[in-house]
Design a protein around this ligand. Structure first.
Ligand SMILES: *[C@@H]1O[C@H](CO)[C@@H](O)[C@H](O)[C@H]1NC(C)=O
Ligand SMILES: *[C@@H]1O[C@H](CO)[C@@H](O)[C@H](O)[C@H]1NC(C)=O
Length: 188
């Protein structure tokens, strides 16, 4: 691990690749070869640090980024049982108008009777075929939430890491939120 290179991914380079239509996704034989080469070459993992924002647009937005797909047939504390599907835009800066870099696409289920806690299951998709899979507990009213990164595709094949969320902005009326995300990711 000592030899790991620190690489900060530049969003501009990801965006350029995506816009050029080049995809890091390959056919199954090429993926197999990639893994075999990895084993033979004893390649060291890289550490990438990613900093971005995602936007959970609530019912007040003209085009909300989430839709409720299930809820309990009774009034439950802390919205227990509420399940939504999300397609949240990712941006470089905290404002929706800043450069768009992808989507957080997946599901949130409200899973605690004691406080508002979501279990989030989503992929951070960066448009060029590269993605990170995130699964974890998100106690949305806590200052920091730490979710495991459990895998990835494209530039993030065999990724693992941690992403920390901090709420940057939340409107309790509209349920709109901007969340700061900081990820540290090991990948090859
Ligand atoms: C949901 O609640 C309503 C009102 O209490 C009841 O009539 C209905 O049968 C319930 N449905 C289910 C699937 O439990
Ligand atoms: C929240 O949204 C409502 C409705 O659009 C708006 O009136 C209010 O000013 C907003 N609050 C904040 C803190 O932005």
């Amino acid at each position: 691990m000592k030899k790991s290179m620190i690489v900060v991914i530049l969003w501009s380079s990801i965006l350029c690749k995506a816009m050029a239509g080049s995809s890091p996704l390959e056919n199954p034989k090429a993926v197999e070869k990639w893994v075999e080469t990895l084993i033979k070459s004893n390649k060291q993992e890289k550490l990438s640090k990613l900093h971005f924002y995602f936007h959970r647009l609530g019912g007040g937005a003209s085009s909300p980024s989430a839709v409720v797909v299930a809820k309990a047939n009774a009034t439950m504390p802390n919205s227990f049982g509420l399940t939504v599907i999300r397609d949240d835009p990712l941006t470089v800066g905290p404002e929706m108008s800043s450069a768009h870099i992808g989507y957080a696409q997946g599901m949130s289920a409200t899973v605690s009777l004691e406080e508002v806690v979501l279990v989030d299951y989503f992929t951070l998709s960066f448009g060029d075929g590269s993605s990170l899979a995130v699964v974890g507990s998100n106690a949305i009213f806590h200052e920091y939430r730490e979710l495991p990164i459990v895998g990835g595709t494209g530039a993030f094949r065999l990724a693992r890491g941690v992403v920390t969320f901090q709420t940057y902005f939340f409107n309790a009326t509209t349920r709109d939120a901007s969340i700061q995300a900081d990820a540290v990711v090991f990948h090859y």
